[in-house]
Design a protein. Sequence first.
Length: 192
Amino acid sequence: MTATPFPVGEIVAARRPHRKDAARNYDALLAAARETFAEHGSDASLEDIARRAGVGIGTLYRNFPTRRDLFESVYADEVNALCRAAVEVADLQPWEALTAWLDRFAGYMVTKRAVREALNDESEIFQTCRDSMYAAGGPLLERAQRAGVARPDMDFADLLRMVAGITATAFDDDAQRDRVLAIALDGVRTGR
């Protein structure tokens, strides 16, 4: 897989400020929002997000004039990270590349649930993110199938729905989630 830019990367780059101090604040706000939304859902306090980021509420609104702008930016940033992760793992053996990416996808699902509540599935950014994610992760499954290490009777949408279903369940801790995911992936892996 080459380092071909995905459409979501263009969205992320266009939204990120160019000045170093402004970019630092923007990144801090995204990180704080990601954590806060994961903990408190889509109704999380914007003041709490600004406080966690170490900036004033005015800085938050300067970067994200509406709550929706913040949701879209967090979502696009997460999907962009998934796309970069697909490129980073592409040189691993087919099964290891696929499972490394799926582990990252499972972590992303926590943020996605909170943010998706606020976004319409029909929104342009949602579709761009979905297309980018499929373009990044789909080839990893196809490569594993061609190598004979993943079952050939499933497609990428099947795999994502399975992982999304698993991550939607409440677990005692991350270790339990990882065990359950590993059990499910045993059903994807072929005997080779």
